[in-house]
Design a protein around this ligand. Sequence first.
Ligand code: KIV
Length: 297
Amino acid sequence: MTVKRNTMDIFEKAKKERRKITMVTCYDYSMARIVDQTSIDSILIGDSVGMTMHGYDSTLPVTMDEMVLSTKAVVRGTTKPLIVADMPFMSYQASFEEGMHNAGRLIAEGGANAVKLEGATPATLMLIKELIAHGIPVVGHLGLTPQSVNEFGGFKAQGKEMEGVAELLAACEHYADIGVKAAVLECIPAELAKHITLTFPFSTIGIGAGPDCDAEVQVIHDVLGLSDRTPKHAHNFVDGKSVLGKALQDYDDAIKGKTFPTADNSVHIDPKVISDAEDYLDGLYDSLMDDNDFLDN
Ligand code: KIV
């Protein structure tokens, strides 16, 4: 039976039906295979890959090539979820042409179904509009946009004061006007996220934005308890670090305690084959020595 991969219209349908959409970040093939076994609707190949998988302290160093590589791996590991890939820092900010080209790479080379861009500056809005016009679905991202961490002075909640709220609402107006179908709302007050969800036609994908968004996205390392620090807005659904750490300790103990590998983990031959091989090598060696003697004479 062929399984149909979700497309961007799941957001519109689910919003109408008041059904929640789930999204989780994922960055590699083996984890993608596990996500694919679940009913999770969509995967974000987030530029958080830089922090979760490569140990950077922000998303800023992540490159287009790294995003394409991760996107390809996740696509290969899945059959069902919608695949959204992040446009990394400076892949669309420097020029409109670069933005178009790089979004195209995530779709054509990476195999993503949609791209995600942060913010709503006039240049970004123009790019989003053109991408949509050229058949590239776009997920927006407002609130705490991690690529602006230096402007915000850290990973801080946004939209807590009147000016910030007004700015966010204006950005939402722009998104709605240019046909954005879904947007991440990151670390904004729950009341504001609810208001945006009820007011605007696009689907809101919350993370640290309360319980009332149309969809929820979380970082997979937080969900699986693999992060060094779990943010307030996240929840560990398993203590992955303990579970996996124990498995690795058991592995180390088994090898050092000589209980693994066992005969059952091995392939076997009749020991006679080894003594035959030794005899064969001895014979070969002797004949080589005879040849050398002949040359010496
Ligand atoms: O890169 C990422 O993981 C994200 C989510 C936090 C929304 O952008």
